[in-house]
Design a protein around this ligand. Structure first.
Ligand code: CTP
Length: 437
């Protein structure tokens, strides 16, 4: 029999499960029925169980089955009418329901690390093996969804105790050496939950730091964790703690969380709030990218490019980071002047992403520049011309790259109030035609 915690009886756990949203409860009942039919054991695990105790809403479920997880995932996705994505390499699957619940399903497994910081070797294992391979006690609990012991909590590593004591503890001494991304995860959960990393765990972490374990990782593995840290509610606290506990040399020797970077982060936070109050309907922002631009401030364009490649950032992400390096200063200078024609403001800002533009606002902290950006977001961006390609062809202009130039000129003329109607636009184009000839 698995060890149960004294503080959470099966009855108490069932009551806690009853507090879940109806769609989550229905899903758990379906998972239970299916496990019964397939004669395998299924458990809720990981962050979902942690957040269940914390009363934090979490629509990402982790289900672990003792048996074939992929086959179970396929059958569950058919019952829930959910999309199912297989991750063959890991023997796991992700389901996404029509109600946007996400369910990660995996077979319970045993992991061994052939070398420090390497990817683990994976073998099928029991539920206890699976809990033993996890990062922190608070993430290493399981709750049975099986009908014979529904709601039984398996908490071998004191997860409940650590939740009560608001403590992040690894399961064993080599946890950070086996998987150095856990250094970043420990900080992320500590800061998110306002917990403390336990003193023993801090000791293990400082050993891993002395061994420069993060430097031994392929940076692609670090990328996702850094992104997650920058997406948390308080990136300042996240980076401050990382700077204090480990530093940033694993990214680049010139990166640090100096007081200048901290101030920039604070200014970005205010800018993001301003954007979400006024313009959130316009676009969803990759807010982490603004913080990333701030972290990469001390780097030259070529070092930024190299680092972006090592981190395997997507092309669009790399482009935005480099775009700031290339054009940022020039825009900053130009838009701190009061009298700038709307068409020029448009010309400066339109080629750039919202992330780069907002970063400039955060960096400059200049009211004039902010006003230009506000006008751009509010009035200029998305402005349309009325003359169409067909109209241009009617004027005898042969289709080709010239059309784009004419449309751009029309937009600028609209912005500066030189044309206000389609009729005026047509006059404008005719005049343009003559000057081109
Ligand atoms: N896990 C681990 N070691 C890692 C990554 C993940 O042990 N390096 C385990 C933990 O048990 C974790 C679970 O896998 O709870 C799921 O991982 P993930 O989805 O990254 O974390 P969550 O705990 O769900 O965190 P979040 O709330 O940020 O989604």
């Amino acid at each position: 029999m698995h060890k149960k915690t004294a503080s959470y009886t099966q009855y108490g756990m069932r009551q806690l499960l009853d507090t879940l949203k109806p769609e989550v409860r229905t899903l758990i009942s379906t998972a239970q029925r299916l496990a019964g039919e397939k004669r395998l054991r299924a458990y809720l695990v990981g962050g979902f169980v942690r957040d269940l105790f914390l009363g934090a809403s979490n629509l990402d479920l982790d289900i672990m089955v003792e048996g074939d997880g992929i086959e179970y995932a396929d059958a569950l996705s058919a019952r829930l009418n959910a999309r199912c994505i297989h991750h063959k390499r890991f023997g796991t699957a992700t389901l996404v329901t029509e109600g946007h619940l996400k369910i990660d399903i995996a077979s319970s497994r045993k992991e061994t690390y052939p070398e420090p910081a390497s990817l683990p070797e994976v073998k099928p294992g029991s539920i206890l093996d699976d809990l033993a391979r996890r990062d922190f006690s608070i993430n290493a609990m399981a709750v049975s969804v099986n009908s014979d012991d529904f709601g039984m909590l398996i908490d071998v590593y004191g997860g409940c105790r650590d939740l009560k004591k608001k403590r992040i503890s690894v399961l064993h001494e080599n946890s950070f050496v086996d998987d150095p991304t856990r250094i970043l995860r420990a900080i992320r959960f500590e800061q998110r939950l306002a917990f403390s990393i336990s003193s023993k765990t801090l000791r293990y972490l400082s050993v891993a730091s002395r061994k420069r374990m993060l430097q031994k990782l392929n940076l692609q593995r670090v990328r996702d964790e850094i992104m997650l840290m920058l997406q948390e509610k308080n990136p300042v606290a996240q980076m401050q703690r990382l700077g204090g506990l480990y530093g940033f040399s694993f990214l680049h020797p010139r990166i640090s969380f100096s007081s200048k970077t901290r101030k920039l982060f604070e200014s970005i936070e205010l800018c993001l709030q301003w954007f979400s109050r006024n313009f959130s309907h316009r676009r969803q922002l990759d807010s982490w990218l603004l913080y990333c631009i701030a972290l990469f401030e001390p780097l030259s364009a070529s070092s930024t490019r190299q680092l972006a490649k090592k981190l395997a950032l997507r092309r669009g992400e790399e482009k935005r980071l480099l775009d700031y390096k290339k054009s940022g200063l020039c825009i900053l200078k130009a838009l701190q002047k009061k009298a700038v024609a709307p068409s020029r403001v448009f010309g400066y800002l339109e080629p750039h992403s919202y992330e780069v533009i907002l970063f400039l606002v955060a960096k400059a902290k200049n009211a004039t520049l902010k006003r230009h950006v506000e006008d751009f977001f509010r009035r200029y961006n998305g402005i349309r011309h009325s003359v169409s390609g067909r109209d241009l062809s009617g004027l005898g202009i042969t289709p080709g790259p010239l059309y784009a130039k004419i449309f751009r000129a029309l937009i600028k003329a609209r912005l500066d109030g030189k044309v206000r109607s389609k009729k005026e636009e047509l006059v404008f184009v005719r005049r343009l035609q003559k000057s081109i000839r």
